[in-house]
Write a protein that binds this ligand. Structure first.
Ligand code: SF4
Ligand code: SF4
Length: 127
């Protein structure tokens, strides 16, 4: 290749590098910075234990057997849902079917875990 052409390519590459350096970065400093999510985004569940009536409709509608109804902790108590996020499709059917609207999908996508057993969310975890 002619040396003039080589010089041209080097200068072009340097110019491109400088112009890229001047641009705003695409990456975010997660977890301090978070991506904005769409209005209809479906993320991690939130459960209001007080208004849950323990009917189990959420567990029955779930297409991926993600929800397990836990037996009452004390006599006279009610069953409450536990959710295995590892299996969840985030389809939102459990929210749709809940008669008291106590189970909702939030905009949170923050559920990375180091141990797969930690994906199982107890009712008290679903805040
Ligand atoms: S969002 Fe869908 S897959 Fe996830 S727990 Fe609810 S019904 Fe099951
Ligand atoms: S979360 Fe809703 S659907 Fe599920 S057991 Fe409670 S009241 Fe029933």
């Amino acid at each position: 290749m002619h040396s003039l052409a080589v010089h041209y390519l080097i200068i072009k590459a340097i110019a491109k590098s400088i112009s890229e350096m001047a641009k705003k970065p695409f990456t975010l400093q997660y977890p301090e910075e978070r991506e904005m999510v769409a209005d209809n985004y479906r993320g991690v569940h939130k459960l209001d234990i007080e208004t849950c009536i323990g009917c189990g409709a959420c567990a029955r509608i779930c297409p991926n057997q993600t929800i397990t109804m836990l037996e009452p902790a004390a006599k006279g108590g009610k069953k409450l849902p536990s959710i295995n996020l590892e299996r969840c499709l985030f389809c939102g059917l459990c929210e749709e079917v809940c008669p008291t609207k106590c189970l909702v999908l939030t905009k949170s996508y923050d559920f990375e875990r180091m141990d797969k057993r930690e994906f199982v969310m107890l009712p008290s975890d679903l805040k």
